[in-house]
Design a protein around this ligand. Structure first.
Ligand SMILES: [Zn+2]
Length: 177
């Protein structure tokens, strides 16, 4: 397993639509190794989620340290969620705004509107169907990561850039929001 280089904003791979995987491709040792490396890379950089384009791969895969019922990120020793070919359907039209950051946009946070509740479908790394309802924090993470697979960054979703903030200023002025 290895730590991979994370693509930063400006790299074209972050603006390119990733492709679906065939279920048979999940039997490929290289794909499984890629998923393990994505998990290691996410943990190394203290991310809550990581999508394949962020490590220069054009496949529809994301990993996320989330659990459907949890408002907090999973600890690093818990197995993260691995989603292949994720498809999101908003359950209600209600949007909620909250803070996001991105390993591909280091040291900047901003407030992003997202659907409060979604249905998330796809495959796990063994090719089995996943189908879950997510609300609030895990729903936000899943939307952020799935956006990466369509070449969308969180800046694109912001209503205004007024909230853009560096980490020190975030801690000082906004952490309790
Ligand atoms: Zn991101």
């Amino acid at each position: 397993m290895s730590i991979l280089k994370v693509a930063r904003m400006g790299h074209p791979v972050l603006r390119t639509r990733a492709r679906e995987l065939e279920r048979a491709e999940l039997k490929d040792a290289a794909v499984q190794a890629l998923i393990d490396d994505m998990i290691d890379t996410m943990h190394e950089y203290h991310g809550v989620g990581l999508a394949a384009p962020q490590i220069h791969s054009g496949l529809r895969i994301f990993v996320a340290a989330i659990a459907p019922e949890d408002e907090e990120p999973l600890p690093p020793d818990a197995a993260p969620l691995v989603f292949i070919n994720p498809v999101i359907t908003p359950v209600v039209s209600e949007l909620v705004e909250d803070w996001e950051g991105c390993l591909s946009i280091p040291d900047i946070r901003g407030r992003v509107p997202r659907a409060r509740e979604i249905r998330l479908r796809g495959l796990n790394r063994d090719g089995e169907r996943l189908d879950m309802m997510l609300r609030d924090f895990p729903a936000r993470v899943a939307q952020h990561e799935t956006d990466h697979l369509d070449g969308i960054l969180f800046f694109d979703r912001m209503r205004t850039f007024e909230s853009l903030t560096f980490p020190d200023e975030y801690s000082r002025y906004h952490a309790k929001d």
